[in-house]
Design a protein around this ligand. Structure first.
Ligand SMILES: O=P(O)(O)OC[C@H]1O[C@H](O[C@H]2O[C@H](CO)[C@@H](O)[C@H](O)[C@H]2O)[C@H](O)[C@@H](O)[C@@H]1O
Length: 244
């Protein structure tokens, strides 16, 4: 089970440009064709976005988990699983979307390197390209909104990531997603590789089930993962070892 951004592909300034290097594609293809391995991508991106970036793997036996587990496509049964309350949550997200957009516009933050990636069921507010004072102001605004307007924000959590704050339903969680796949596949030996705070929930589940957890770019003491790799190139070495 593999995270996408920062794990299979290096972090880049523009999220629309996070294409998978050819070597990563080759390794994933090989793993997908391995008779004893199930492959899943477990990402904060939506499933359609992941499949766009990885269109070269179309037709391969790969399970797609998007929106931090909020949606899962299982190719074996051709099933697209979504959270049961999805439509109601989309309706509840709309006034919060308008509130966030209104506040960012009022403070001109959208002209200063902040932008919203709208994933329909969730919003990612990116600030990688903003100056430090702007980042601080944005973070303050978002946390104040969540602390002050409980009726508006209650169905959602504010989840930090790499230079991003995501607004998403509480049930969208990589730990739940990994537990679901583990049970579905009746995994004997599982491995999860990820790089971000959102991957910690997945590490915890894998650790509790006796699997292998690997964090990318972390320092000891900052992650629950059992092992650390320093960069994406090291992840590829692990994939080579897993496939052989
Ligand atoms: O769970 P992941 O696969 O790691 O996805 C997490 C988020 O990744 C993307 O944003 C991050 O990567 C961008 C490209 O390298 C980078 O520009 C941005 O600063 C990072 O936060 C993606 O845009 C989000 O939707 C994902 O939730």
């Amino acid at each position: 089970m593999l995270d996408y951004d920062g794990t299979l592909t290096p972090i880049v300034p523009d999220p629309t440009q996070a294409f998978l290097p050819e070597k990563g594609l080759e390794l994933l293809r090989k793993l997908c064709r391995h008779p004893q391995i199930y492959v899943a991508i477990v990402s904060g991106r939506s499933v359609p976005q992941l499949r766009y970036f990885l269109h070269a793997l179309a037709g391969e036996d790969i399970t797609w988990c998007g929106l931090h587990g909020g949606e899962i496509y299982l190719p074996q049964s051709d099933q697209f699983l979504r959270q049961p309350q999805r439509e109601q949550l989309q309706v509840q997200l709309q006034p919060l979307r308008e509130q966030v957009l209104g506040q960012l516009t009022a403070e001109n933050l959208l002209d200063l390197g902040v932008f919203i990636e709208d994933k329909t069921d969730s919003l990612a507010v990116h600030y990688r390209q903003a100056q430090v004072p702007i980042k601080h102001r944005l973070i303050e605004l978002m946390y104040c909104l969540f602390a002050s307007d409980i009726p508006l924000t209650a169905p959602f959590k504010l989840q930090p990531g790499k230079e991003v704050l995501e607004i998403l339903p509480h049930t969208f969680d990589k730990g739940n997603c990994v537990a679901f796949l583990w049970n579905l596949w009746q995994v004997q030996q599982g491995c999860y590789i990820g790089d971000d705070v959102t991957d910690e929930a997945a590490f915890a589940v894998v650790n509790a089930r006796g699997g292998l957890s690997i964090a990318v770019g972390k320092t000891p003491g900052t992650t629950q993962a059992q092992y650390i790799c320093s960069e994406v190139a090291d992840v590829y070495e692990v994939l080579v070892a897993l496939g052989s």
